[in-house]
Design a protein around this ligand. Structure first.
Ligand code: SAM
Ligand code: SF4
Length: 342
């Protein structure tokens, strides 16, 4: 009797790169526009993309669906500021339905300024988790770092998100020497008192921003951790939210404290992600220019799902091994974070 051949090996995802890394996480930048002008992200006078060059909401929904069909299990909506895009809830509702097709997590990164009015609808659409950027708790500094923002709007947004039932809200704080590095302890305290997680981010050299010298403001994760350890006990964990942050717990609290350290702790070996820029450029690495123009594929061959899938799968072969950021080093990537989808 012939024994039927059985292959018990798990099927490799079509989204696997040359280094064997499986891409399960896609970050979609849904706009380059924003209601803030954070000093490390944008120039004060920004020229935004002409609307025709930005993907439509329908194109974004189709991309999300295609990535999930190819094996992506986590989608993050980011920007620019996603919540300033008109009709953005429609996109969240469309992407939320992908949970029935294999999407494990739909998540959002926002500056929080519009959350007060949108948190409940985002929850209803199926958003699982929200990261909120907050670099300072001082209203005057907040205005200085964001150039246009109002701290209280973000604090109201955080409260609204909690009231809407978002449980593990996470703060993202970019720490700059001489601007807010003396607030790392206060930010951690705020997170702990409000039952939030917090990640501290080293500034990355993306885009040239006038009046902002990145070398001058570099403040390493090790320095931040040393500041925190003067006040708190930090216990290392192996926990992960699927991203590059290394997490610590503060015993006796619910909060996790994370460090995203592109300079001091390279996280490229385990990279599981790609980004789609607001213009539909599939960016294979945050710190390199390797990319594929998916907008061209979408617009030159409307409705041709197979061609779109082939373009995405083929792009995996050009995913570079890693970035080459140097602390305070030259800016080699000219696209800004709001284009890239941070
Ligand atoms: N507008 C939303 C926000 O601020 O959360 C989403 C887009 S923003 C580009 C995403 C994240 O990138 C924010 O946490 C922001 O602080 C961070 N970011 C922007 N420019 C950065 C830079 N040059 N280096 C490190 N992080 C940066
Ligand atoms: Fe806007 Fe976010 Fe960039 Fe700040 S970091 S300017 S909030 S896109």
């Amino acid at each position: 009797m012939q024994v039927p051949f059985r292959d018990d090996k798990p099927t490799a995802s079509p989204l696997t790169d040359r280094f064997g890394r499986q891409i399960r996480y896609v970050r979609l930048s849904v706009t380059d526009r924003c209601d803030l002008r954070c000093v490390y992200c944008m120039s004060e006078r920004m020229t935004f993309l002409p609307r025709a060059r930005v993907l439509t909401l329908e194109e974004l929904a189709l991309l999300g669906r295609t990535f999930v069909e190819l094996g992506a299990s986590k989608l993050r909506v980011t920007g620019g500021e996603p919540l300033v895009r008109r009709n953005i809830l429609w996109l969240f509702q469309e992407l939320g339905q992908l949970r029935e097709r294999g999407l494990a997590e739909l998540v959002l990164t926002t500056n929080g300024s519009q959350l007060e009015r949108m948190a409940a609808d985002l929850k209803a659409a199926g958003v699982a988790r929200i990261n909120i950027s907050l670099d300072t708790l001082d209203p005057v500094r907040f205005r200085r770092m964001t150039r246009t923002g109002e701290l209280d709007a973000v604090l109201r947004g955080i409260r609204a998100a909690r009231a809407a039932g978002f449980e593990r809200l996470k703060l993202n704080a970019v720490i700059l020497k001489g601007r807010n590095h003396d607030e790392v302890v206060d930010l951690a305290r705020f997170a702990i008192e409000n039952g939030l997680d917090i990640s501290y981010i080293e500034e990355m050299p993306l885009g040239v921003v006038a009046d902002h010298d990145r070398a001058e403001v570099y403040y390493s994760s090790d320095a931040i951790r040393a500041d925190l350890e003067r006040i708190f006990t930090l216990t290392p964990t192996t926990e992960s939210t699927g991203g590059p942050a290394r997490y610590y717990r503060v015993p006796g609290t619910d909060s996790r404290i994370g460090f995203i350290s592109p300079h001091s702790h390279n996280f490229c070996d385990t990279c599981n992600r790609v980004r789609v820029s607001a213009e539909g450029r599939l960016l294979l690495c945050l710190g390199q220019e390797h990319s594929v123009d998916l907008r061209h594929v979408l617009r030159a061959h409307p409705g041709d799902r197979e061609r779109l899938k082939q373009a995405i799968v083929a792009a995996m072969t050009i995913k570079p091994h890693g970035h080459a950021f140097q602390p305070g080093g030259p800016v080699t990537i000219l696209r800004a974070m709001n284009h890239t989808g941070g």
